[in-house]
Design a protein around this ligand. Structure first.
Ligand SMILES: Cc1cc2nc3c(=O)[nH]c(=O)nc-3n(C[C@H](O)[C@H](O)[C@H](O)COP(=O)(O)OP(=O)(O)OC[C@H]3O[C@@H](n4cnc5c(N)ncnc54)[C@H](O)[C@@H]3O)c2cc1C
Length: 308
């Protein structure tokens, strides 16, 4: 198992004792870049429930009753990692993967199955790299006044993406994901949410990451599986990937332990995530094509205004 994010943790806890989890960071839960929003039905302890989403866009504003939860990913992943009943090697980076062989900066392993849960990019020798991403940044601020809903801001300058302001108790996650040079847009986003009166001062913490924009890619060779972001199971439209990382990790775990067959595994992915991500990718591409008409584009394609 390569990677101790939600996908790797989910797979490793499904397989239980019969897996070695390799994670390059010593404390992988420490610098996670995430807005921490999940759908309300996911059974993860939350810091705050959110009652809706306010979408702000050129010439318009709409509140939708999209409910959700904002979680503490650091605490959640730290607890999950420490509760695993399998061998875990943190601080060990996987360098190379080939059918049945995994080489790391500490040694080499032979194994029947290899499950890649290394997040976006798949930057490991021997793997087909993932090339299409949005750049994203999340900043933690202190919340100035109570906020019970999430805010999403579309503007032409945040090219093919959006900015967010997601409350988490006394704090708030503010960020953006986009194509092109993200650094020049960060001050604009901070200024925008400051003017709304929700944040002030400097960010307490800034983290960056990538959001995959590709079709799902669940296999390579016979027994190398890709799950979570590494498998391209992230929603290209919203950037959300926690739920699908947990689900695809769990499903891969069931395949590895033999509780489902390869045929069932393929069937399940072809019934659920593969068509879902393809639909969302098409929506995202349509949005990008019509980016110059952002008002009508947001009203037509943004998920909280025009749901599936
Ligand atoms: C700014 C930002 C905000 C986001 N906000 C949300 C949100 O609000 N809601 C939501 O649902 N999703 C959100 N996402 C997406 C979400 O974070 C991902 O979809 C999710 O983390 C995917 O989980 P994963 O386990 O596949 O990968 P990751 O969480 O990326 O975990 C991969 C792990 O693999 C390890 N690793 C990588 N390479 C190697 C290697 N060579 N050897 C060993 N270990 C390795 C990494 O250190 C890491 O611990 C956001 C993403 C970004 C960038």
């Amino acid at each position: 198992m390569v990677g101790a994010g939600p996908a790797g943790l989910s797979c490793a806890s499904t397989v239980e004792g019969r897996v070695l989890l390799l994670e390059r960071e010593k404390t992988p839960y420490e610098n996670i870049s995430c807005a921490e929003w999940i759908p309300p039905f996911l059974d993860i302890p939350c810091i705050q429930k959110t009652e809706g989403m306010l979408t702000i866009y050129p010439g318009g504003e709409k509140f939708s009753p999209v409910k959700g939860k904002v979680i503490d990913r650091k605490a959640w992943q730290k607890n999950w990692l420490s509760s695993l009943k399998c061998d875990v090697h943190t601080g060990e980076k996987v360098l190379y993967v080939k059918n049945g062989r995994v080489r790391t900066d500490r040694g080499e392993y032979r194994t029947e199955w290899i499950c890649i849960a290394s997040g976006p990019g798949r930057a490991i020798e021997g793997l087909i790299p993932q090339k299409e991403h949005l750049s994203a940044v999340n900043m933690r601020f202190k919340l100035v006044k109570p906020l019970e809903y999430t805010i999403v801001w579309f503007t032409e300058e945040i090219k093919h993406g959006y900015a967010w302001c997601f409350p988490r108790g006394e704090m708030v996650n503010v960020g953006l994901g986009m194509r092109g040079r993200i650094s020049s847009m960060i001050p604009r986003v901070i200024e925008f949410f400051k003017k709304m009166g929700f944040i002030k001062g400097e960010p307490i913490k800034i983290t960056g990451g990538l959001i995959p924009q590709e079709e799902p890619h669940p296999f390579m060779e016979q027994k190398i599986l890709f799950v979570g972001d590494a498998g391209g199971f992230t929603d290209p439209l919203t950037g959300a990937g926690i739920l699908s990382a947990i689900d695809t990790g769990r499903l891969a775990g069931k395949l590895v332990t033999g509780s489902i067959s390869m045929e069932d595994y393929r069937k399940e992915l072809n019934k659920t995530y593969i068509p879902f991500i393809r639909r969302r990718k098409k929506r995202k591409e349509d949005m990008e094509e019509q980016w110059n008409y952002l008002k009508s584009t947001v009203e037509r394609y943004w998920i909280s205004i025009f749901p599936e």
